[in-house]
Ligand binder design. Structure first.
Ligand SMILES: Nc1ncnc2c1ncn2[C@@H]1O[C@H](COP(=O)(O)OP(=O)(O)OP(=O)(O)O)[C@@H](O)[C@H]1O
Ligand SMILES: [Mg+2]
Length: 305
């Protein structure tokens, strides 16, 4: 399959919204460029790339970026046991994901690029700019047509072991993945949790979105917090046989209190801030609005959107 409008349509089927970003990604791949998707956690970077891998009929090689991804792990290495008997011959070399992608003309899809160690990034830079690999004792492996790097990263990741250098940015095209609209996040949260896209889902999404701009909160929650709050609310309502405000609040606290980071020196805990936001958004009435208040055992509903 070529990278064209039909791929865009196919990818859009798996992703809520994001059509503009998907078009740009597909266009950049059609233009044979390397791509970096950059945005905060939970903004659908992996979802978009997975949908692309499923929709485009092209070889994809997946790599999880982390501190243990050494150049030898990425490129591959000689099998130490066989080197003893057979020496450094080509068939003793075990291809790593980069070598596999270079040989096959595949898309090398690297998650969490910011966690990749510096020397490994340098290897990627060489592969991108020279379009070949040079492996000691193995020799030169030219990149087959189609080889491209598609990477995702979160610019604020505290776990990041390497700051992405200008040399990396200069070899890639960047697509920013910001937070989506309330409507889109509501349908993502409903789709992923199986809850209806009704009032309860909208209020949870609203609460989660407020955490991103609250003056006392340093790091707010992604849409993953909304999904988890809805999933827990459903189970907790069934366990307690009640979808009361306390049940919803407990679900919200379980889903969000560890996800958000409060500014130091605010004097309030995550729980206190979240409880206040909950009261503001949900009101203090014990009954939850909307969503089949009669059916207490399954107030969050079972119908997927
Ligand atoms: N546009 C979207 N369409 C469908 N699902 C989405 C979308 N955005 C986010 N999600 C859902 O939200 C969750 C997080 O998305 P995803 O894992 O793609 O984010 P990410 O940007 O890769 O995050 P991270 O930077 O933490 O790796 C997943 O459950 C995913 O299904
Ligand atoms: Mg991801």
């Amino acid at each position: 399959m070529k990278f064209d409008a039909s791929v865009v349509d196919a990818v859009c089927e798996h992703v809520v919204g994001r059509r503009g970003e998907i078009e740009v990604v597909v266009a950049a791949l059609a233009a044979d460029r390397h791509i970096l998707l950059e945005g905060p956690p939970g903004t659908g970077k992996s979802t978009l790339l997975r949908a692309l891998a499923e929709s485009a009929d092209l070889p994809f090689v997946f790599v999880e970026g982390n501190a243990e991804l050494t150049p030898a792990r990425l490129a591959g290495q000689f099998d130490p046991a066989r080197v003893l008997s057979d020496g450094y011959s080509a068939d003793v070399f075990i291809d790593g994901p980069l070598t596999e992608a270079v040989r096959d003309g595949a898309l090398l899809y690297v998650e969490e690029l910011n966690r990749v160690p510096e020397e490994t990034l340098n290897l990627l830079i060489t592969a991108m700019s020279e379009r070949e690999l040079n492996i000691p004792r193995l020799g030169r492996i030219p990149a087959a047509k189609g080889f491209r790097l598609v990477a995702a990263m979160n610019p604020f990741d505290a776990v990041g072991t390497a700051r992405i250098s200008a040399a990396v940015y200069d070899r890639m095209c960047r697509v920013a993945m910001g937070y989506q609209t309330t409507e889109e996040e509501t349908s993502i949260a409903a789709r992923e949790s199986g809850a209806p896209a009704g009032e309860l889902t909208r209020k949870i999404v609203e609460l989660v979105r407020v955490t991103r701009s609250h003056p006392e909160i340093r790091i707010g929650s992604s849409v993953r917090g909304s999904i988890d709050a809805l999933l827990i609310a459903e189970q907790l309502s069934s366990i307690r046989e009640s979808g009361s405000a306390q049940t919803m609040l407990d679900a919200v606290l379980a889903a969000l209190s560890g996800r958000i980071r409060v500014h130091e020196g605010t004097g309030r805990t995550a729980e206190e801030i979240l409880t206040e936001l909950f009261m503001e958004i949900f009101g203090s009435e014990p009954e939850m609005p909307g969503d089949d208040s009669g059916k207490d055992s399954t107030p969050v509903g079972a119908t997927a959107d």
